[in-house]
Structure formats: structure tokens, C-alpha cells
Design a binder for this molecule. Structure first.
Ligand SMILES: NC(=O)c1ccc[n+]([C@@H]2O[C@H](COP(=O)([O-])OP(=O)(O)OC[C@H]3O[C@@H](n4cnc5c(N)ncnc54)[C@H](OP(=O)(O)O)[C@@H]3O)[C@@H](O)[C@H]2O)c1
Length: 258
């Protein structure tokens, strides 16, 4: 039996994960409140540790709760699967420093298809000339999403910037366009974030050239692909030595493939 503590289990994603594993025979999931952790209350985790034990912690909460959880996981040598997004660069550094003695899989997107699309984006960004091809990213989410742009869109931008040898902070364009702007600069990766209602999450990256364009779109209709990815990640991370991994490590997709 794989014992999983699920932090943020009352949230949208944590709830979907709980629902997904409910019918998986060899998995037992325990719901842990993110808000309690945020308030330094670790009693749910401590009780679970003393009764059935915990093999791995799955986290879909908030950066603040994740950082508190990381301290607990490091102290108790528990592997982690972190799906929480919206960390600042400083928070990510702190997370890696705290978790250096345990195995942690960190991915802003637990969908296998999305991770494969990142490899496609990487390939296109590497091959398509940067002096003639403009890059735009459009992401859509439900009205309650806290952070914008999504960490997944930022990841796409990061890949393009890296392949083009650009600084991410200098090339990112944060706002929708408005007014008389003149010609679009070439060295620009623009992200447009759309929020509303119960919109399903969608990410499109557009490589726009002269007379042709290429678009890579990932759409998710339900949260099941993310729950499925997080469960697969949980089974995988408990067998890994200490280190920080992402979903592509788990999928075993070598860089040369694309
Ligand atoms: N990696 C992926 O594939 C993936 C997919 C989907 C979402 N996500 C990310 O997972 C995270 C959770 O997403 P979600 O849509 O499930 O969010 P959500 O519905 O807002 O729930 C997340 C958790 O936030 C806690 N919370 C609510 N209000 C709070 C407050 N005022 N202070 C502290 N904590 C509070 C809740 O804790 P309690 O448990 O105590 O009620 C809840 O469990 C986000 O970062 C999201 O971007 C990642």
C-alpha cells in the first residue's frame, strides 16, 4: 500500500487527486489542510506518521504552505511531489535548499501531454530563426486562479528564452497590447492571460513567421490528467535518491529526442 499525504486536499486540484486515487486499490490517501500548515499546525501529518505512516507527500496548495511543508518533509525524510505553482525565484531557491536531502519532483504541470509539448516548444524555438519568427503565448484559466501568468506559460517562455539565448526578464512582455504601439520588437515573448468563469485551462504558443505560423496548444477538459501524473510521480519519486526532479525526468525523455 502506498500511503500518500495530500496537502491542499480540499482545493480544486487536491480534491481531484483525492477523487482519482479513491478507487486505486494499492493507494491510501490522507487529506491534509494547507491552511493548518500555513498556521504551523502539523498535527494531521504527525498523527498520520504515527498511525499508518506516510510514504510520500503530494502538495497542491500555496507557496507559503509548501515552504512550511518542505521543512517538515526534510525533517522526516519524506519524498515530495510538488504541484503547487506561483513560487517566486527566492521561494524556489529556498525550497531546493530545504529539500536537498530528500527526493522531490517539482512540476508546474503534471500532465504528460503538456510536458511533451514543452519538448516540442524547445525544438521549435531551437530551429526557427529568431530574427524572423515572433513568439506569443496565450493562456486561459478559471476566474479563481490566483497567479498570472500561469507557471506553465512562464515555463514555455523560459524554454524559448533559453533556446534563443535571451534573458527571460528582458524579453518577457507582461501586458496585453493597447494603443498605438508601432512595430512589434523581435526580442519579445508576450504572454496574454485570460481569466473567467469555469474556463478549462488552455495554453497556446504561437510561432508567427511571414506567410505562415505554427501553434502548439494544450487543452485540459478535466483535472484527471494532472491527478494521474501526480500519482505516477508519487510511485516514481519514492524510488529515487535525493535530488530535485521534474516530470520529464520521470518520463525518461532525453534531450536528444527532440
Ligand atoms: N502542477 C499541476 O499540474 C497543477 C494543476 C492544477 C493546479 N495546480 C496548482 O495547485 C495549486 C492549488 O490549486 P487549486 O486550484 O486546487 O487551488 P485552491 O482550490 O485555491 O486550493 C488550494 C488550497 O489553498 C488553501 N487555501 C485556500 N485559501 C487559503 C488562504 N487564505 N490561505 C492559505 N491557504 C488557503 C486551501 O487549503 P485547505 O486545504 O486548508 O482548505 C486549499 O486546499 C495552485 O498553485 C495551482 O496553480 C497545479
Amino acid at each position: 500500500m502506498l500511503q500518500i499525504a495530500v496537502v491542499g486536499a480540499s482545493g480544486r486540484m487536491g480534491g481531484a487527486f483525492m477523487e482519482f486515487v479513491e478507487n486505486v486499490e494499492d493507494v491510501a490517501a490522507l487529506a491534509v489542510s494547507a491552511q493548518l500548515l500555513g498556521a504551523d499546525d502539523f498535527s494531521q501529518l504527525e498523527t498520520a506518521l504515527e498511525s499508518d505512516g506516510i510514504d510520500v507527500v503530494v502538495d497542491f496548495s500555496t507557496p507559503e504552505a509548501s515552504l512550511k511543508l518542505a521543512v517538515w518533509a526534510a525533517k522526516n525524510a519524506k519524498p515530495m511531489v510538488i504541484g503547487t505553482t506561483g513560487f517566486t525565484a527566492e521561494q524556489l531557491d529556498k525550497l531546493a535548499e530545504t529539500l536537498q536531502a530528500v527526493a522531490v519532483l517539482l512540476s508546474p504541470n503534471m500532465s504528460t501531454m503538456m510536458n511533451i509539448s514543452w519538448r516540442m516548444v524547445s525544438n521549435a524555438a531551437k530551429v526557427l530563426p529568431q530574427d524572423t519568427i515572433d513568439v506569443e503565448i496565450v493562456e486561459r484559466h478559471h476566474r479563481n486562479k490566483r497567479n498570472a501568468p500561469s507557471s506553465t506559460a512562464l515555463q514555455m517562455a523560459r524554454i524559448v528564452a533559453e533556446k534563443r539565448g535571451w534573458s527571460l526578464s528582458e524579453s518577457l512582455r507582461r501586458n496585453s497590447r493597447w494603443g498605438i504601439l508601432g512595430e512589434r520588437p523581435r526580442k519579445e515573448i508576450a504572454i496574454s492571460s485570460i481569466r473567467g468563469g469555469t474556463l478549462n485551462s488552455e495554453h497556446t504558443i504561437i510561432f508567427a513567421g511571414s506567410g505562415e505560423s505554427l501553434e502548439v496548444t494544450h487543452r485540459s477538459q478535466t483535472l484527471e490528467p494532472f491527478a494521474k501524473g501526480a500519482l505516477r510521480a508519487s510511485r516514481w519519486i519514492v524510488k529515487q535518491p535525493a535530488g530535485v526532479y521534474d516530470l520529464l525526468d520521470m518520463l525518461g525523455l532525453p534531450e536528444v529526442l527532440f
